[in-house]
Write a protein that binds this ligand. Sequence first.
Ligand code: HXC
Length: 258
Amino acid sequence: MQFVKYEQRGFVGIVTIDRQKALNALNSEVLGELEQTFDSISLEETRCVILTGAGEKSFVAGADIGEMSGLSKAEGEAFGKKGNDVFRKIEAFPIPVIAAINGFALGGGCELAMSCDIRIASENAVFAQPEVSLGITAGFGGTQRLARIIGLGKAKELLYTTNKMKADAALALGLVNAVYPLESLMDEAAKLAEKIARNAPIAVRATKKAINDGMQVGIDEAIVIEEKLFGSCFESEDQRNAMAAFVEKRKPDPFVNR
Ligand code: HXC
C-alpha cells in the first residue's frame, strides 16, 4: 500500500496513515487503503488496534481539499459516503481502536479520531472542524459524533465557529482521554492497547458491541442487548478458566480467545 502502513506487534495492530506531503490528508486512495487495511486485520491475532498519522506534525489534516474542490453535488455525496462507510467500519470494528493523535486533527481528521473507541493526543495536537469556512458541512460524521461525545452546545459552537482547540482544551471537553508529550504518545498508546489486549478478548469485544449497539436504542432494549452479550460469554473457555482460577485462588492462565 502507498499511504497506509500496518504493523503487528504481538496482539496489537498499528495502522499509520502516511501521506506526509499533504499532512496525511484523506483522498480517495487513502480512504480505500484504510478500508482494505482494516478488512485485512486478523481478529485471531489482534486484540486492539492503534490508529495514528506519520510524522510529527499531523494526525490527519482533513479530507483532501484539492480533490473535493471540483466535485458536483452527486460526487460530493459519494465522497461523503465513501468516508462515512470506512469510518463506520472502524467504529463498529469488532475490537477496540485507539486513535493516537500526533498533531493536526482537522475536519475529516477529527472525524476519523471520533470514529475510534478511545482518543489520546500529543501536546501539539490541534482539533477543529473547519468545514463551514470552506463552504461545506462536516461530512465524515462530524455533525453527528461530535455532539454525542462532547455534548450539543459545545459541538455546535465548534462546528459553527471553526475555532481551533489545543490538546488541553480537548482534554477538558472529554474529546480526548489523555495528553502526552509527542515523544511518548506511541509508547502510551501501546501500553493502553496492551492492557486491553491482556483481558479476555471475547469479553472485550462483547463489551464494545454492547456499548455501541446499546447507545443506538432506548434503555430497555439496551439492557437486553447487554444481557444477551453477557450470557454469550459463558460459552467461552476464557470465562471458565478465569472464574475457576479465582475460585481456586490461583493466577489465571493467559486468555486464549476462545
Ligand atoms: C489537501 C492539504 C490539506 C488538506 C494540508 N494540505 N491540509 N492538502 N487537503 N486538508 C497540504 C498543503 O496544501 C501543503 O501542500 C501541505 O499539506 C503542507 O501544508 P501547509 O499548509 O503548507 O502547512 P502549514 O502552513 O503548517 O499549515 C498546516 C494546516 C494547513 C494549518 C493544517 O495545511 C491547513 O489549514 N490545512 C487545511 C485544514 C482543513 O481545512 N481541513 C479540513 C478539510 S475539510 P503543498 O503541496 O502546498 O506543500 C474536511 C471535510 C471532511 O476535512 C468531510 C468530507 C466529506
